[in-house]
Design a protein around this ligand. Structure first.
Ligand code: PGA
Length: 250
């Protein structure tokens, strides 16, 4: 397969200074798994604190979203990719289903965020995934093709060479319902084929993470799938034991 594994934690709107302190205190006694990249994405306000706590631990730190406009200016409340890069963040999640569904981010807007992130030297983690209704209506591939296709057409297939994709079926996020390994593999293989249709080499090297109720006891079977290159972990990334339990799986 040849692709490295990444286990990324999305803390969503959870955490505190105290949690960051205790998380990294607990980390001190742990040996990190070899050959697995680790990344944590805390709420924006805690980025500097987590960056400081993570220094020297081998854990990268990223953001959960970014402004779609690259230039500084009159965008009250927003934070630019340049700013994230300036303080030392390495990655940014774009198009998480909570951003698409709660905050109405369109695939076009997500593609602009992806592009702004890359221009500032950040690695975007592009989230895609269908709702239960879309899956039951037989539209999973159509939805994934549209969400990924917007980035492919706006940024080009070569942009996927410095990016990560995360398949996160909306019905599996925070619900305790995980996609079966077969469902995850089918979606990941479809996503890879969409990229391969434009560039085989980029597709072969692309890391595609699975997200949606990943836990230490189901991670190994998901990570064993040929096209699953790691996980994007919500709830289980808030505790060292479960986060590392997932990272050590498989
Ligand atoms: P979950 O969230 O692991 O809590 O289901 C995953 C995500 O939303 O990235």
């Amino acid at each position: 397969m040849g692709r490295n594994r990444l286990v990324a934690g999305n803390w969503k709107m959870n955490g505190s200074s105290a949690l960051i302190q205790s998380f990294f205190d607990d980390m001190k006694n742990q040996s990190l798994p070899d050959q697995v990249g680790l990344l944590l994405c805390p709420p924006l306000v805690y980025l500097p604190e987590m960056l400081a706590a993570a220094r020297g631990t081998g854990i990268s730190v990223g953001a959960q979203t970014v402004c779609e406009t690259a230039e500084a200016g009159a965008f009250t409340g927003e934070v630019s990719a340049e700013m994230l890069s300036d303080i030392g963040a390495s990655h940014v999640i774009v198009g998480h289903s909570e951003r698409r569904h709660i905050y109405g981010e369109s695939s076009d807007m997500v593609a602009s965020k992806f592009s702004a992130a890359q221009s500032a030297g950040l690695v975007p983690i592009l989230c895609v995934g269908e709702t239960l209704e879309e899956r039951e209506a037989g539209n999973m591939e159509t939805v994934l093709a549209e969400q990924l296709g917007c980035v492919l057409s706006q940024c080009g297939a070569s942009a996927l060479g410095q990016a990560i994709v995360a398949y996160e079926p909306v019905w599996a996020i925070g619900t305790g319902k995980t996609a079966s390994p077969e469902q995850a593999q089918a979606a990941h293989a479809f996503l890879r084929s969409q990229v391969a249709a434009q560039d085989d080499t980029i597709a072969a090297g692309l890391q595609i993470l699975y997200g949606g109720s990943v836990k230490p006891d189901n991670a190994a079977e998901l990570f064993a799938c040929e096209d699953v290159d790691g996980g994007l972990i919500g709830g289980a990334s808030l505790k060292v034991e479960s986060f590392l339990g997932i990272a050590r799986a498989g």
